[in-house]
Design a protein around this ligand. Structure first.
Ligand code: PLP
Length: 429
């Protein structure tokens, strides 16, 4: 398989280069050069397989020829080693829980696959440093994904006062090859430091650096799989509506790729909080990035979603074609809190704020299509956002053992000022 940049100016490349580079040299994002429908019998096989086997079939199609089957099987079995339960929420809605990985967020799927893929594709086994900036969930998912991997360390930059304690502890308490660096500044400062490190030729001569950026094709591909898993277990014959909570739009992009591969889907809903850049685009045809606004679904606080470029490339820039597959729906924090409260009262199910946005969006869509059978993608465990959720439901959310373990461990953090020389000292050590 060749991978092409969304801008079309960089040369097509193989999987190894696309994964090692992250971003294409022309600033575009990589996509598979062709996405073909699966044969009908492959869909039948997926319908009766384990997640790892389904992942093998789907990822084989998207990486065709770049990895031998044993290697790919090994990668998916290590990466996709947790369940994806489909839970009934009301008579027309199921929730696909994507948060049963080590950091209780769906980002584990992409981060773990990418880590094992990178480990397999590395041309040499010299020490490798994975450098990542995080405003929340990414740091934990990436640190866990590379935990204990030989010759590899992960350096996680985070804004000293911008990450919740529960989120931070998922990467500050791991020790081993996960190095947590608190930057006395904002998330933007962290991103700037990462960019400068990658642009520093002398540094890169001394230290082998790679990014685990959210736009890496290695994080996108495995996310296609769970749309198939959801469909396979979805009751009834009508193709489902998928409601996806969106921030940087990687998750939705994966769904659109699944549809291109033959997944029967009625429609997608791009659910956002008030950072409604894409819902506005679907309404007006104008894409206007804006500074992000803070909300209680903070992993979706994105004002310039990078995967929009991939979505437009998949539809050849045709907004009307995109509108036939995707509707937008944006919701406020007040609506989100009320949805968490009201869903708990009616069904006893506890939604996290991100998942609640997607459930709201699906309920809105029912105004036009009463019988729509829907699948809401649940992207985080409610215990990760306990403060908001507990206030909304009026009781405590039990803490899963995995999170409790992290909360009980002692954090180890190196603090720096947002300066290149301070970061370089750590990277060179
Ligand atoms: C990252 C994240 C999202 C947004 O996913 P994108 O692929 O960036 O659209 C939604 N919910 C949670 C909990 C997340 O961590």
């Amino acid at each position: 398989m060749q991978y092409v940049s969304t801008t079309g100016r960089a040369p097509a490349t193989d999987l190894r280069t696309a994964v090692m580079q992250g971003l294409a040299p022309d600033g575009g994002l990589y996509l598979p050069s062709s996405i073909d429908a699966m044969p009908p019998d492959a869909l039948d096989t997926i319908a009766t397989s384990s997640p790892a086997t389904a992942a093998l079939l789907v990822c084989r199609r998207l990486t065709g020829g770049d990895l031998d089957d044993d290697a790919l099987r090994d990668i998916v079995e290590r990466a996709i080693d947790f369940p994806f339960p489909l839970v009934r929420l009301d008579d027309r809605t199921s929730v696909l829980e994507l948060f049963h990985g080590p950091t209780l967020a769906f980002k584990d799927v992409g981060a773990r696959f990418m880590a094992h893929l990178l480990d397999h594709l590395r041309p040499i086994r010299d020490p490798l440093t994975v450098l990542v900036a995080t405003s929340g969930d990414t740091g934990g998912a990436v640190a866990h994904a590379f935990l204990g991997m030989p010759d590899t360390r992960v350096v996680i930059l985070f804004p000293a006062r911008g990450v919740s304690d529960r989120q931070a502890r998922q990467f500050t308490t791991l020790g081993a090859n996960a190095i947590a660096v608190a930057v006395n500044g904002s998330f933007d400062d962290c991103q700037r430091l990462v960019k400068r490190a990658f642009a520093d030729v002398r540094l890169r001569h001394e230290v082998a650096l790679t990014s685990a950026n959210s736009v890496n094709i290695g994080r996108l591909l495995p996310q296609v799989v769970y749309y198939f898993l959801a469909w396979a277990r979805h009751p009834g014959l009508r193709p489902p509506v998928f409601s996806t909570p969106c921030g940087n739009f990687g998750n939705l992009t994966a769904g659109l790729i699944a549809k291109r591969m033959g997944l029967p889907v009625h429609r997608f809903i791009a659910a956002t909080n008030v950072n409604r850049i894409v819902p506005d685009f679907l309404e007006t045809g104008v894409f206007t990035p804006r500074p992000s606004r803070r909300t209680i679904s903070n992993a979706m606080d994105v004002g310039d979603p990078s995967n929009f470029a991939r979505i437009m490339a998949l539809y050849d820039g045709d907004a009307d074609a995109l509108r036939r597959d995707v509707g937008g729906s944006a919701h406020t924090d007040d609506e989100t809190r009320a949805c968490i409260t009201d869903t708990f009262a009616r069904s006893g199910y506890v939604l996290d704020p991100h998942t609640a946005v997607a459930y709201l969006a699906l309920r809105h869509a029912r105004a036009a299509d009463r019988d729509a059978r829907g699948i809401v993608l649940a992207t985080a465990h409610p215990a990760k956002f306990a403060e908001t959720v507990e206030r909304a439901i009026g009781q405590a959310v039990p803490v899963p053992a995995r999170l409790a373990e992290r909360l009980a461990a002692d954090p180890v953090v190196t603090s720096i000022e947002p300066r290149t020389d301070e970061l370089n000292r750590i990277l060179r050590s």
